[in-house]
Design a binder for this molecule. Structure first.
Ligand code: ADP
Ligand code: MG
Length: 240
């Protein structure tokens, strides 16, 4: 589903990604962990062309990611993104936020979109909140609307960038529960997270990024319980 081959990315002189190689298969849940500033968000943003990379190759479902090519629209249709700060339209209700993409990007019919969006809101536990505006929802509820909105695009994979790190602690669980249910349905997901316990329970694979390089990657349980590299051990000691 996603292939990274020797991906390099700099901002000016500053090298952020220094040769990323990884593969994510269909149906896999992959957690991307690593210290702040290690390039996690940049890597995620390169996947759907929010940033361009200078060397190497990223493929999503066989399409080469090139932010300057028209094919980037195909890639964005396949890969929905969920951000740390929900990014809902403040002047639209929960339901209207979910309907936006299918209506105006996929150009599907309003009645069908409305029905499907309501069912997605129910799926994330917000069937009762369809007419609420973002400002009247808690952070956890807003993030669940954002997940419903991502799902409304019928993506083949979802990219999550620290979906719980802007939330009050008591709201983290409800968002992780929705993500867990997606994992059980074998949605392909790449999740940047500091929730190591969640990664241990839900991820198939973990990638540990440090200083723009993948220092270690492998089976989630094995890597989180028994990391091979000293830098991975250090990092896990600090975050758990
Ligand atoms: P992470 O998500 O792992 O915390 P980021 O991918 O956000 O890391 O950032 C990696 C590095 O790239 C950081 O040093 C950050 O300051 C730098 N960086 C990120 N975005 C930009 C940008 N638009 N311009 C310049 N430097 C950037
Ligand atoms: Mg980040």
């Amino acid at each position: 589903m996603i292939i990274f081959e020797d991906v390099h990315k700099s901002f000016g002189e500053f090298q952020v990604l220094k040769g990323i190689d990884a593969r994510i298969a269909k149906g896999q849940v992959v957690c991307l962990i690593g210290p702040s500033g290690s390039g996690k968000s940049t890597l995620l943003r390169c996947i759907n062309g929010l940033e361009c990379y200078q060397r190497g190759l990223i493929r999503v479902g066989g399409v080469v990611v090139d932010a300057r090519s028209r094919t980037i629209h195909d890639v964005r249709m396949r890969a929905s993104m969920v951000f740390q700060r929900f990014n809902l339209f403040p002047h639209r209700t929960a339901l209207e936020n979910v309907m936006e993409g299918p209506l105006y990007v996929l150009k599907e019919g309003r009645d069908e979109v409305c029905e499907r969006s309501l069912s997605l809101l129910r799926r994330v536990g917000l069937g009762e909140k369809s007419d609420a505006y973002p400002a009247s929802l808690s952070g956890g509820q807003q993030q669940r609307v954002a997940i419903a909105r991502a799902l409304a695009m019928r993506p083949e994979l979802i990219l999550f960038d620290e979906p719980t790190s802007a939330l009050d602690p008591e709201m983290v669980g409800e968002v992780l529960a929705v993500m867990r249910s997606l994992a059980e349905e074998h949605m392909t997901m790449l999740i940047v997270t500091h929730e190591i316990q969640f990664a241990r329970e839900v991820a198939d694979t973990v990638l540990f990024l440090d200083g723009g390089r993948i220092v270690e990657q492998g089976d989630a349980t094995q890597m989180l319980n028994n990391p091979q590299k000293e830098r991975t051990r250090d990092f896990l000691r600090r975050v758990t």
